[in-house]
Design a protein around this ligand. Structure first.
Ligand SMILES: *Cc1c(COP(=O)(O)O)cnc(C)c1O
Length: 419
């Protein structure tokens, strides 16, 4: 089927992976396929599904909104779902995130964040345009987001177009001081504008976890030097890292925050970039040249906003926090058996995410171990998509204990087979 398909799939080498699995239905933590198979969606369909596939309240909200207003230009016009969602997001996030800019994807929300930061300084006649970022970071696949993220085989071809970023070392346990010192030095640079960072866990960089104390220090250093602190919570937001937002765990408020994946419960695309009143005010002027010049066709799509509102309703009316706490505990308990297992290293967990590295000679994303493991798991009816030799479980919050057990058993078996 896929051999004749004109579809060019993402992150896919078609010469090696000709077939794609045809999915016909999603329910809770499960995907149903055209050939009758059921596959456990243990990576939440690329980290987006939070409560489970097709949560009834989200499905209903989408249907109701589609019957009223599908899409409308968002410059000069507005609609209740966007207004209500913005009010609720401002109320839900910590004081200091006062304005909401809508877009459609995590990458775009980061582009918007970078443009807001640069616009802020330009409108104040400050010559600051340098971005600071963390080693192994990932912020999306558009040019600005790629520039900010780690350089690797993923973006080698586009290197000539990527802008220069000051990169500081990842705060591995025991080496946090080096990170903070490097950040301090970078922030002293007269042109330093913004520090863009994934709070507490670097996702695509390999589920690398660091402490809330370090995050708090990073925030303090940026504030001390007038460098804008941009939290990329595209993956960590909406419970993934254990709390509604990861920044809560450090008790910090960023100047700019990006949310996407779980914003609609993962049902339809929507992203927001939230910022302080100060950043909005820097663009507020009767001088039109100070306008924030950004838009996309589907900015604040009403159906997507309605889905996000339903997601917030679910957070208010259901025990999502309890579900997350139970999932975290279940992950911790199962992960523990691999803690002193010579086949693995660095078994780690944050919130609902568990990760561990398979000890193999040939690691790294391009190593064949990643695809080999992926094929094995899929043959067992499990969707796990290792990042090189890093195996991680990032499931919808509705996953059952027995389903988690099947994942850990498969990981155990895979380690024996493929190491
Ligand atoms: C996935 C991700 C992005 C990009 O989001 P898209 O919706 O795929 O564009 C940006 N930042 C982080 C931390 C992510 O995990």
């Amino acid at each position: 089927m896929a051999m004749t398909s004109p579809v060019w799939r993402p992150f896919t080498q078609h010469a090696l992976q000709r077939e794609a699995i045809l999915v016909t239905r999603g329910e809770g933590a499960w995907l149903e396929c055209a050939d009758g198979r059921r596959i456990l969606d243990a990576i939440s369909s690329w980290w987006v599904i939070t409560h489970g596939h097709r949560h009834p309240k989200i499905v209903q909200a989408i249907k109701t909104q589609a019957d009223r207003l599908d899409q409308v230009i968002f410059a000069g016009f507005t609609h209740e779902p966007a207004e209500a969602l913005a009010r609720r997001l401002v109320a839900l996030t910590a004081p200091g995130l006062d304005h909401v800019f809508y877009s459609d994807s995590g990458s775009t929300s980061v582009e918007v964040a970078i443009k807001m930061a640069l616009g802020f300084f330009r409108n104040r006649d400050a010559a600051r345009a340098r971005v600071i970022a963390l080693e192994h970071g990932y912020h999306g696949d558009t040019i600005g987001a790629m520039s900010t993220g780690a350089r690797s085989v993923f973006n080698a071809a586009y290197e000539p177009l990527l802008f220069d970023v000051t990169r500081i070392p990842f705060p591995y346990a025991g080496r946090e001081r080096q990170t903070l010192d490097a950040l301090e030095a970078a922030c002293r640079g007269a042109d330093a504008a913004a520090f863009v960072v994934e709070p507490l866990v670097l996702g695509a960089g390999g589920m690398l976890v660091y402490g809330a104390d370090t995050l708090r220090e990073m925030r303090r250093i940026c504030a001390a030097h007038g460098v804008l602190f941009v939290a990329d919570e595209v993956m960590t937001g909406f419970g993934r890292a254990g709390t509604l937002f990861a920044c809560e765990q450090a008790g910090i408020v960023p100047d700019i925050a990006c949310y996407a994946k779980g914003l609609t419960g993962g049902s339809v695309p929507l992203a927001v970039t939230m910022c302080s009143a100060e950043i909005f005010q820097a663009h507020y002027s009767t001088d039109r040249s100070r306008t924030f010049f950004h838009s996309s066709s589907f900015t604040a799509n009403p159906i997507a906003c309605a889905a996000a509102l339903a997601n917030l309703d679910i957070w208010e009316s259901e025990d999502v926090r309890g579900r997350i706490a139970r999932l975290a505990a279940m992950q911790e308990e199962r992960l523990r058996r691999f803690a002193n297992d010579a086949r693995f290293s660095d078994a780690r967990r944050i919130g609902t995410i568990a990760a561990l590295d398979l000890r193999v000679a040939d690691s790294g994303y391009l190593a064949t171990i990643g695809p080999t493991l992926y094929e094995f798991f899929v043959s067992r009816g499990l969707l796990l998509r290792p990042l090189g030799n890093t195996i991680y479980i990032l499931p919808p919050y509705c996953i059952e204990p027995s389903e988690l057990d099947s994942l850990y058993s498969a990981i155990d078996e895979a380690a024996d087979r493929f190491r």
